[in-house]
Design a protein around this ligand. Structure first.
Ligand SMILES: *[C@@H]1O[C@H](CO)[C@@H](O)[C@H](O)[C@H]1NC(C)=O
Ligand SMILES: *[C@@H]1O[C@H](CO)[C@@H](O)[C@H](O)[C@H]1NC(C)=O
Ligand SMILES: *[C@@H]1O[C@H](CO)[C@@H](O)[C@H](O)[C@H]1NC(C)=O
Ligand SMILES: *[C@@H]1O[C@H](CO)[C@@H](O)[C@H](O)[C@H]1NC(C)=O
Length: 377
């Protein structure tokens, strides 16, 4: 009897799991428990990625990298733009312009610095000492995965021996070693190099052309909006970071109990990565419906252009979130602009409330709404 009951119990459990999964899949179109996604390990570091296969509403893909000191995200390029911010540690990045007139752009990045690489600009990143580097990237395509990007090793391994020797001006024996070392075109992705050697050979800061600077010290800049409760936003768009024509982004800090106000964007979708804190998020998806849930550190959220959304800190500590947008120019409509710029009578009629109730709304809250005081006795 026991033997019979077991499969039934399993079947019921499996059906319930399936129901839960189906429910979760629908509810989680706009959020992803990315913190629970396992890492993929490489000699020089580790990596995990999110695409619309796991965050299905998203038009933006992204990845989290941790490079060891001397860990190299090898020379590579891709047909989508890349916007990234360093969360922890330090790394050195190089980007090579299409023209030999300009030197390759080499910069060091520490926490709060961002880089932007236009589509198909070749680049590489090295983790620096003492602890390497953690960074989060976003790409302006829903299904882009760095694992499939073009890289130096994966291309050269496909070139015929004599052709490769000719192209690099080396002997066929030397070319054969390149082919043998990269057999099958398998990208090395994050090989481990010698940090000491890499630093010894790193270029000193080259002459910079403003158009070509791929680094922006996001957190070193004055906060864009500061609220009395200590919430702030630091934003970098094309008006201050000219190279980033197709993507922009921000770091937002939200005080405990505070919220990034109900708002939407005219011209871009928003991809969210929680550095720390616990947040309630909501995305208005269609008349009468919102999606969302709770994001923990390391989790992802998404809000399409034009869809109203918010981030509310429901934890006890300051929350920090990286926001990545798939347009160079920042635009924003907060609920205060939207409701506060028409006569209260319009608000009253729209929301089916009295004129007096419409006048009670605080239209001046701006980008953040502070924690509400508990109701007075
Ligand atoms: C992901 O995006 C690609 C490119 O737009 C699209 O072809 C594919 O159907 C999308 N996948 C999902 C699961 O939405
Ligand atoms: C980057 O940092 C390393 C290690 O501190 C240093 O050796 C190197 O000169 C720096 N490079 C630039 C371009 O500032
Ligand atoms: C949360 O993240 C921010 C930004 O990276 C950092 O400055 C802060 O120290 C972190 N807070 C905690 C408690 O780890
Ligand atoms: C307006 O609100 C009242 C209740 O306050 C409700 O009875 C009425 O149906 C609402 N009107 C519309 C058009 O929804």
């Amino acid at each position: 009897m026991k033997l019979n009951r077991l499969p039934v119990a399993h079947a019921v459990a499996a059906a319930m799991t399936l129901l839960l999964l189906v429910h979760a899949a629908v509810a989680d179109k706009y959020t992803e428990a990315f913190s629970k996604v396992p890492w993929q390990e490489f000699p020089g570091g580790r990596f995990k990625a999110s695409t619309n296969a796991t965050l299905s509403a998203s038009t933006i893909a992204g990845a989290l990298f941790q490079l060891k000191p001397g860990g190299l995200r090898e020379l590579h390029w891709h047909d989508v733009a890349e916007w990234a911010v360093v969360i922890d540690g330090a790394c050195m990045g190089t980007a090579t312009d299409e023209s030999k007139l300009h030197p390759s752009d080499t910069w060091n990045f520490t926490a709060g610095d961002l880089w932007y690489f236009p589509a198909n600009v070749p680049h590489s990143i090295v983790g620096l000492g003492p602890s390497g580097c953690t960074y989060i990237t976003g790409y302006n395509a829903p299904d882009f995965n760095e694992l499939t990007s073009f890289s130096a090793s994966s291309w050269l391994a496909t070139v015929p021996l004599a052709t490769l020797a000719q192209a690099l001006g080396i002997s066929t024996a030397a070319a054969q070693r390149i082919l043998d070392g990269n057999a099958g075109g398998k990208p090395s992705f994050i090989p481990q190099g010698s940090l000491r050697q890499m630093l010894a050979q790193a270029p000193s800061l080259p002459v910079q052309f403003p158009k070509l600077i791929h680094r922006y010290p996001l957190l070193q800049n004055t906060h864009e909006v500061v609220n009395a409760d200590g919430s702030y936003v630091n934003m970098a768009d094309v008006t201050r970071f000219p190279v980033a024509t197709d993507m922009s982004g921000a770091i937002v800090r939200i005080a405990p109990g505070g919220m990034r106000q109900l708002h939407w964007h005219l011209n871009f979708d928003e991809w969210q990565f929680v550095i720390n804190g616990t947040l309630e998020v909501g995305v208005f998806t269609e008349p009468g419906q919102s999606a969302g849930g709770v994001l923990q550190p390391g989790d992802l959220g998404f809000a399409p252009r034009g869809s109203g959304h918010y981030l509310r800190n429901i934890g006890q500590q300051m929350a920090h979130v990286v926001l990545i947008f798939n347009a160079g120019l920042f635009t924003n409509v907060d609920v205060g602009n939207f409701l506060g710029t028409v006569p209260p009578a319009y608000v009253a009629a729209s929301l089916n409330i009295s004129d007096a109730a419409a006048r009670e709304i605080d239209y001046s809250l701006g980008g953040f709404a502070p924690a509400q005081l508990p109701p007075s006795q």
